[in-house]
Design a binder for this molecule. Structure first.
Ligand code: SF4
Ligand code: FES
Length: 253
């Protein structure tokens, strides 16, 4: 027998076998009388490399077209599909089914702390309202420079981590302080304030720090680390929040 004959067919190399999975999804239909959330199970055969998002697509396309969820890029970039999967905030498009315990139903719920509109879709407006309040854009004064606003590699590195945010809300909606009353600005707003406060080209740092000095601002953080654990971009959120707190005390940034 030749070496070529012994080799497995191309398609089978490294293949993960298909398997069966039960998706237990929290449903909510606002269009019925006295709407209440309820669980619904769907049992599917999935490909070995499928993600939670693929299972949701299979349900929507082949079982129940009314299942409602957000997604856009399907590749961890747009931040649309944060949801609670087996009790933990994750992006459905970055969660492989084979990495979950498939011996029992996989639970999928909307993220917490924001009003549910339908099934897995929440109203993101309170989240974006806090984001807007921290002025997430470059603030400069004086005349436009005639060339680029230069920055050293060290200055750029100061806020590199917080540039990675995709505004998925996984952090804010995993924060118990945010759950308690929804008034707290939340980690995502602080991350995005950090991104500009520590940018050497920006001149709005003091203004932003004043916004976060509010009673619903940065001091409400209780350092539970839920946000850091939830972030699909691996941003060191608790560290960024601590840096903003320190900047407020020392007034240097
Ligand atoms: S900091 Fe991370 S978890 Fe929070 S919104 Fe940005 S990407 Fe999502
Ligand atoms: S669909 Fe864009 S991040 Fe998941």
């Amino acid at each position: 027998m030749t070496a070529t004959a012994e080799r497995a067919p191309e398609a089978e190399v490294g293949a993960v076998p298909s398997f069966q999975v039960t998706m237990r999804i929290e449903r909510y239909n606002p269009d019925v009388e006295n709407p209440q959330p309820y669980w619904e199970d769907f049992t599917l055969t999935v490909h070995g490399t499928d993600r939670v998002l693929d299972a949701l697509h299979a349900i929507k396309w082949d079982h129940d077209g009314s299942l409602t969820f957000r997604r856009s890029c399907a590749h961890g970039i747009c931040g649309s599909d944060a949801m609670r999967i087996n009790g933990r905030n994750r992006l459905a498009c970055k969660t492989l089914l084979k990495d979950l315990d498939t011996s029992k139903p996989i639970t999928v719920e909307p993220i917490k702390g924001l009003p549910v509109r339908k099934d897995l879709i929440v109203d993101m407006e309170p989240f974006f309202a806090s984001y807007r309040e921290v002025m997430p854009f470059l603030i400069t004064t004086g005349n436009q420079p005639s060339s680029e606003r230069l920055q050293s590699a060290e200055q750029r590195a100061r806020f590199d981590d917080t540039t990675k945010c995709i505004l998925c809300a996984a952090c804010t909606s995993s924060c118990p302080v945010f759950w308690s009353d929804g008034q707290y600005f939340g980690p995502a707003a602080i991350v995005n304030a950090h991104r500009f406060i520590f940018d050497s080209r920006d001149e709005g740092g003091t203004q932003r720090l004043e916004v976060l000095n509010d009673k619903e601002g940065v001091w409400r953080c209780r350092t539970t680390f839920n946000c850091t654990e939830a972030c699909p971009r691996g941003i060191e959120i608790t560290k960024a929040i601590a840096e903003v707190k320190k900047a407020l005390i020392t007034r240097s940034f």
